[in-house]
Ligand binder design. Structure first.
Ligand code: SAM
Length: 285
């Protein structure tokens, strides 16, 4: 067996096919629905009154290097969790997202922050990279948005479009809560397709990427058990009545010691940050 002949992409695709999530344009409605909750993350950049907490964003912002004359492409930008703070430091940010609702929040957030250098592209990255819709940018960021069978095509396209550097992140543990919820409904422990396939695909593309595991504290607030079920349910996909009953019991037990809403979950998530700079490459094959 030879390392170069291992088909990491096929393994990645196989794992993706087992996941419950929708991909590409088909995911639009799901993300539209999630947009208000994600928008709270942008609010938190300027406002500490919100009780929820995720320090992933600040950790990412410490690592993404931009200069005032650089352009940034933010793939799966959401409401601008990274894009808005980056636009304050860069020449411009192009936010690409499949969800019109996320982009509506991005536009609002740009306006609230007095930014006129934020552009929106409403498309899936799958469709974008299949065509020729995007011009090169200095820095390309795809934060928590590249899960999908077509990831290798995306990595090739992203590397081709980046003039200086690329930052992409993938879940290792999305939320400890998810794992426990999966176990509670009898589906075993949920795992995401591993970032190790990504590193190996890049290696075979002659890209020596850096890896950093970012541990992030998360603090979620849920208005009710139903709210918690909905926030978890979108990741489990369709549940049977029996599974739904078990999930309800799981949250009722979890919140039993909290007398009134909002019900709080404190946990940790772990993300793989894979990043590389463009430059001369030595063919290692
Ligand atoms: C988990 S959120 C991440 C948002 C932001 N990048 C962050 O890290 O906070 C995923 C985002 O990717 C977008 N998205 C999901 N699939 C996509 C696709 N195939 N093409 C473009 N955007 C996509 C969603 O609409 C959502 O805004």
């Amino acid at each position: 067996m030879n390392f170069d002949n291992i088909d990491w992409e096929a393994m990645w695709r196989e794992e993706c096919s087992r996941g419950p999530w929708k991909e590409g344009a088909a995911a639009k409605d799901l993300w539209d629905k999630r947009a208000p909750r994600f928008n709270k993350g942008v609010k938190r950049q300027n406002d500490d009154t919100d009780g929820e907490k995720h320090d992933y964003i600040s950790k990412m912002l410490q690592r993404i290097r931009v200069q005032p004359d650089w352009t940034v492409l933010d793939i799966g930008c959401g409401p601008g969790t990274l894009g808005i703070p980056l636009a304050k430091k860069a020449k411009s940010v192009t936010g690409l997202d499949v969800s019109p609702e996320m982009l509506r929040f991005l536009g609002e957030n740009a306006e609230k922050n007095g930014l006129d250098n934020v552009n929106c592209v409403n498309a899936s990255w799958q469709d974008t990279f299949a065509g020729d819709l995007i011009e090169p940018h200095d820095v390309i960021v795809a934060s928590r948005s590249l899960m999908g069978a077509e990831v290798k095509n995306a990595l090739i396209a992203i590397d081709g479009l980046a003039r200086r550097s690329v930052y992409v992140t993938f879940p290792v543990i999305h939320l400890s809560l998810d794992w426990d919820a999966y176990e509670a409904i009898g589906r075993g422990r949920k795992k995401h397709p591993s970032y190790i396939y990504i590193l190996n695909m890049l290696y075979q593309m002659n890209i020596q990427a850096n890896l950093e595991l970012l541990e992030s504290e998360v603090r979620f607030e849920f208005a009710s058990v139903e709210d918690a079920m909905e926030q978890t349910g979108w990741r489990t996909g369709q549940m049977s009545d029996e599974e739904g009953g078990k999930l309800r019991g799981f949250f009722e037990d979890m919140f039993a010691s909290q007398t009134e809403p909002p019900f709080v979950h404190n946990g940790r998530s772990l993300w793989a940050l894979v990043w590389w700079e463009k430059g001369e490459r030595r063919d290692l094959s």
